[in-house]
Write a protein that binds this ligand. Structure first.
Ligand SMILES: Cc1cc2nc3c(=O)[nH]c(=O)nc-3n(C[C@H](O)[C@H](O)[C@H](O)COP(=O)(O)OP(=O)(O)OC[C@H]3O[C@@H](n4cnc5c(N)ncnc54)[C@H](O)[C@@H]3O)c2cc1C
Length: 480
């Protein structure tokens, strides 16, 4: 494979008419490795989860500590080079790598320390959802995080975190006690309700716009085993309508994730149903199991189940149901919140998953409500708390597929039919969509406050490889 050197020309060096080893100055300042294009490890270092993104940074800085992150931020600032952030690498917009710039990679910073006495965990931002679930479970504790074990905490938590126990415990950000943040000036700040409360508000839903979080302090909940598994039902209008009607009335202990999709070749799916459209409900019940069985019964009663594996299990075992998604894949994703889906929308969903272009076409429906909705709309930067459903059109394909445009078109076509019945957006489920979608993610008053805080902490928009919140024009108030 052809390698290029780490001597790069950036706007700063070009202005001086010089090209030089850009990273020599940084090497002595950090303990972590700086991977440049001339390294054997470069292609590994720049690889991300979503396969259609093939960006070539000038360097990937593999941070080992908060001090490394701060040095990398200061260096990028001094040199005027673009800066991106990678934790778990699952950005569905491919934003954790930047062509020609520096990616600060926190994936080596995975320490998870659980304090059984306080029920709190200190979690470095490079840890994944699975990295947290295991140690928490050993202490009889849990926290709601991503639905796939490999989703990184860095991006998940700063965006919100809609997880398997969200109706019981809220979003992941609702369990955030404090965070260590490296801001654009290279300073390390602790953000909490008491310290830099504006920053604390903004990093709970505002994404990576305000700095690089190196460590989260999270309040875990006492959870031993859960009732979980899969209930697989035929994909009919009646089943989907029944699900939509039931979830807003379900007890908070029950959180569900629904995939409407062709039944996958899982061991629990009878062979004759593989590939036929089904509704796969993944329920997670936390609490008394008899009560849980009563809460789940109305879902089981929606139709004769094709499969039903729901049983007591340790919380981390639910990740077995999404194991496939931990493999690198291409994805087209369009999403919205909704309070009502018409029969026509339901029929469109069933028709689309019956005529897929990709290996894994699906429509995700999550019944929201419960603890998510009990947090005030203005308490965090995640404001879409009261809608009944979160709906995503998703097409997943293998990296070698080569038909990404067809899969994007499939997702767009169904999205156009559903979008009039929804509103809002979740930053972590936005791809590279039209700029107006940032206003879907943040209602006007939320966006105004986010822009003010952005102006305080990042007036030059250094952190812009994200779903970007722009500082207010002309203002330049740096934080104390
Ligand atoms: C297979 C899959 C399943 C998913 N399931 C869920 C789910 O169940 N619930 C849910 O809510 N979301 C889910 N998501 C979306 C997920 O929350 C986002 O993709 C999130 O950004 C991933 O975080 P990451 O650290 O892995 O990503 P990265 O690609 O590393 O980062 C993405 C962006 O997050 C920001 N960021 C990352 N790390 C930091 C940091 N340390 N400090 C500040 N900003 C940072 C940056 O802006 C960066 O561009 C899923 C995504 C995938 C691909």
């Amino acid at each position: 494979m052809t390698r290029t050197s780490s001597k790069i020309t950036t706007p700063a060096t070009a202005a001086r008419g010089a090209t030089r080893d850009f990273f020599a100055g940084l090497r002595g300042r950090i303990a972590g490795e700086i991977v440049t294009p001339d390294s054997e490890r470069y292609d590994d270092a720049r690889q991300v989860q979503i396969a259609q993104f093939d960006r070539r940074p000038s360097a990937v800085v593999r941070a080992t500590s908060t001090a490394d992150v701060a040095e990398a931020v200061r260096f990028a600032r001094e040199q005027g080079i673009p800066l991106a952030v990678r934790s778990g690498g699952h950005s569905i917009a491919g934003l954790s790598m930047v062509d020609g710039g520096v990616t600060v990679d926190l994936s080596g910073m995975k320490r998870v320390e659980v304090d059984g006495a306080t029920g709190r965990a200190r979690v470095q931002a490079g840890a994944t959802s699975g990295d947290v679930a295991g140690p928490a479970h050993e202490h009889g504790l849990a926290i709601t995080t991503g639905d796939t074990s490999s989703v990184g905490m860095g991006g998940l938590v700063t965006g919100g975190g809609i997880g398997y126990m969200a109706r019981k415990f809220g979003l992941t950000i609702d369990s955030l006690v404090s965070a260590q943040v490296v801001t654009a000036d290279g300073k390390v700040r602790t953000a909490s309700a008491a310290a830099h409360p504006d920053l604390f508000w903004a990093i709970r839903g505002g994404g990576g716009n305000f700095g690089i979080v190196t460590e989260f302090e999270l309040q875990l909940a006492p959870v031993r085993d859960i009732l979980g598994g899969a209930i697989v039902l035929p994909a009919t209008r009646e089943v989907i309508r029944g699900y939509l009607d039931y979830m807003p009335t379900a007890p908070d202990g029950l959180t569900t994730l629904v995939n409407v999709w062709p039944a996958p070749p899982a061991p629990f799916i009878p062979q004759e149903f593989v590939g036929t459209p089904c509704v796969m409900i993944l329920p997670v019940w936390t609490g008394d199991f008899e009560e849980g069985q009563r809460a789940i019964a109305p879902l089981r009663a929606l139709a004769e189940p094709i499969a039903d594996t729901v049983a007591p299990m340790p919380y981390p075992a639910i990740y077995n149901y999404t194991q496939e998604l931990t493999n690198r894949h291409g994805v087209a994703l369009r999403s919205m919140f909704s309070d009502e889906l018409s029969d026509a929308a339901i029929d469109a969903v069933v028709a689309a998953v019956s005529a897929p272009t990709s290996a894994v076409p699906l429509v995700h429906i999550r019944g929201q409500g419960g603890a998510i909705a009990r947090v005030a709309r203005d308490a965090t930067a995640f404001a879409h708390r009261t809608q009944k459903y979160f709906v995503s059109v998703i097409s997943v394909w293998m990296p070698e597929d080569g038909q990404g445009a067809a899969h994007e078109a499939w997702a767009d076509a169904l999205w156009r039919q559903l979008r009039p019945e929804g509103n809002g957006a979740y930053v972590n489920f936005l791809q590279n969509e039209e700029p107006a979608r940032i206003r879907d993610a943040y209602p006007a008053e939320t966006l105004r406050r986010l822009r003010e805080i952005k102006t305080t902490y990042d007036p030059e928009n250094m952190f812009r490889f994200n779903q970007n919140i722009q500082p207010l024009a002309g203002a330049a108030t740096q934080a104390a």
